[in-house]
Design a protein around this ligand. Structure first.
Ligand code: MCA
Ligand code: AMP
Length: 522
């Protein structure tokens, strides 16, 4: 999706917009961490300037990718801001990814700079230099590492690079149904337009309106934690209470000094199991946002009963940032559990049948979307990109849903073979490919089944080659050595065969049904 710049003299660099929203008093606290550190707005401005100057001094090519796999820290966020302001392309990588996964991303994205933890430096630097990366730095979550050492010598003054709305700012890798990840290319215009819409739609309050304080408990290598949460707070000049990882005991304590929380449904489920979550803890809160995975109506209801707050569920994708949201202001409508709300202002959402025709109100079909938030395409995959867009410019989400007469969108399933586990996407094709390569395996199928904590988890069904004996525990252990931990099926069964339809295709629907009680008892 191309956004034209009607005023080319205006700097559309996302950092410029975030910086313009910082409060006048730059000495105020912008981020307070759970290990007792305080960062002022001036610290964010100066430290991101130093990092941007370091990147600028490396004489990187235009559009250089800066690939980052580091533990959550404020400095990791500063590196993101620095990459934006220096005009390069940020490429965040899940900390759970293992060597083979990282190797693929580095080969595919060809980053000029890679930033990793000290503990991974040996193997990450080796495969990065082999792939042609010029610079590998380390960054740890205790403010140590070569990146900050080098940046310490750089000036803390930096003029934000001039960007057009259509300039690339971030590449986010999303897995694919064929098992190989695709890099979704997001522009400064995609991210800024979405952040501005959410600022108004969710009623972010600036200092004169009493101010908002965000509890930031999400990882910062995906859209939810990196964009929705961080952009939301910065674009409003709001303080963040920064948790290095999600801890259900710490969140109710933080609520007493905060107004906004964002989480995936697993976080809400875990918080409901925490006795210190009660009305009193939540009384100063203004907004609870859930997304990245479907929230069960039971969780939605239990949250309202326990805290007196109605969760606002919204829906988005790496390719599109946020698409729909339940209303914040009553004038826009009520928040309806089980739905993902209304299309955000400026976003067009339609539901179509297989032939591409819009279906009647309330009928089920494929969800297609269009708007300034929709990405530029998949990195170096022009054919894949054009396959996913309709002739009239709508992006096919792969989600299946319906829209009611009031415009509320409900997601009822997915046409893509995807498991969403605790807010992380797991593509069965990738796991099956790994299992199928193991000795003695004839074939396999991985399906998602309900589970109370993660919502949905993978179960692997594996068929042995004739005369071979397979041990499910050995299969799981072998997967753990190659794939990110959240992708590992939570159960593995060796079966005689897989059910197939007349076309010879594995009937995953039947398997899902058959194994649906695996974690729920009889
Ligand atoms: C951890 N494990 C998981 C998951 N997380 N397994 C399946 N799914 C998961 N999400 C594994 C661990 O490796 C461990 O395995 C075992 O499960 C128990 O882990 P636990 O300690 O309970 O997990 P945790 O470290 O507390 O993490 C749970 C979590 C985390 C906090 C819910 O998964 C998380 O931060 N989820 C949020 C993901 C997110 O930000 N998604 C947004 C994507 P073992 O014992 O074998 O080691 S952006 C997006 O989707 C779009 C655009 C959108 O709309 O937002
Ligand atoms: P990702 O590839 O990580 O960006 O994940 C995007 C997918 O997450 C979407 O295509 C949906 O299938 C799913 N998703 C995001 N938010 C929700 C939600 N509130 N309810 C149901 N599914 C969601």
């Amino acid at each position: 999706m191309t956004v034209s710049n009607l005023h080319p003299s205006i700097n559309s660099n996302l950092y410029a917009a975030l910086r313009a929203a910082f409060p006048a008093d730059l000495d105020g606290v912008a981020v307070e961490t759970d290990n007792g550190l305080f960062y002022s707005w001036r610290d964010l401005e100066r430290a991101s300037a130093m990092l941007a100057n370091l990147l600028g001094s490396l004489e990187l090519p235009t559009g250089a990718r800066i690939a980052v796999q580091v533990d959550k820290s404020v400095e990791a966020m500063l590196l993101y801001l620095a990459t934006l302001r220096a005009g390069y392309v940020f490429l965040p990588l899940n900390t759970a990814y293992q060597r083979a996964e990282i190797e693929y991303f580095i080969d595919n994205a060809q980053p000029s700079v890679v930033v990793c933890t000290t503990r991974n430096f040996g193997w990450v630097s080796k495969l990065s230099f082999t792939a042609g990366t010029g610079h590998v730095f380390t960054l740890d979550d205790d403010r140590s590492g070569s990146l900050l050492q080098r940046a310490a010598h750089c000036s803390d003054q930096h003029a934000v690079v001039h960007s057009q709305p259509d300039d690339l700012g971030v590449i986010i890798y999303t897995s694919g149904t064929t098992g190989r990840s695709k890099g979704a290319m997001l522009t400064h215009g995609n991210m800024l337009s979405n952040a501005q819409v959410l600022k108004d739609y969710w009623g972010w309050r600036n200092a004169e309106q009493g101010g908002d304080v965000l509890i930031h408990a999400l990882p910062i290598f995906h859209v939810h934690g990196l964009f929705v949460a961080i952009h939301g707070a910065l674009l409003n000049g709001s303080k963040m209470l920064w948790l290095s990882h999600f801890d259900p005991k710490l969140v109710p304590q933080a609520m007493r000094r905060a107004t906004v929380f964002m989480g995936v449904p697993t976080m809400y489920v875990r918080l409901l199991a925490e006795p210190s979550l009660n009305r009193e803890a939540a009384q100063g809160m203004r907004l609870f946002v859930s997304g990245s995975a479907p929230m069960l109506i039971d969780t939605f209801d239990a949250w309202r009963a326990r805290t007196g707050h109605t969760i606002l569920e919204r829906y988005g994708m790496s390719e599109t940032v946020m698409l729909t949201s339940n209303p914040y202001f009553a004038v826009h409508g009520e928040r309806r559990g089980g739905t993902v709300g209304l299309p955000l202002p400026g976003v067009s959402v339609r539901v179509c049948d297989d032939a591409g025709a819009s279906v009647p109100v309330g009928s089920i079909g494929g969800i297609e979307v269009k708007g300034p938030n929709v990405f530029k395409g998949y990195w170096r995959m022009p054919e894949k990109t054009s396959e996913e867009f309709t002739a009239d410019g709508y992006f096919r989400t792969g989600d299946v849903g319906k829209i009611d007469a009031q415009g509320y969108v409900t997601i009822v399933g997915r046409s893509k073979d995807l498991i969403i586990s605790g807010g992380y996407n797991v593509y069965p094709a990738e796991i099956e490919a790994c299992i199928n390569e193991m000795p003695g395996v004839a074939e396999s199928a991985v399906v998602g089944v309900p589970q109370a904590d993660f919502g949905e988890v993978g179960v692997a069904l594996v068929v042995a080659k004739p005369g071979c004996d397979l041990n499910p525990l050995v299969i799981i252990a072998a997967l753990k050595s190659t794939l990110a931990n959240f992708k590992i099926p939570k159960q593995c069964f060796v079966v005689d065969d897989l059910p197939r339809n007349a076309m010879g295709k594995v009937q995953k629907g039947l398997l899902r049904e058959q194994y649906s009680q695996t974690f729920h008892g009889p």
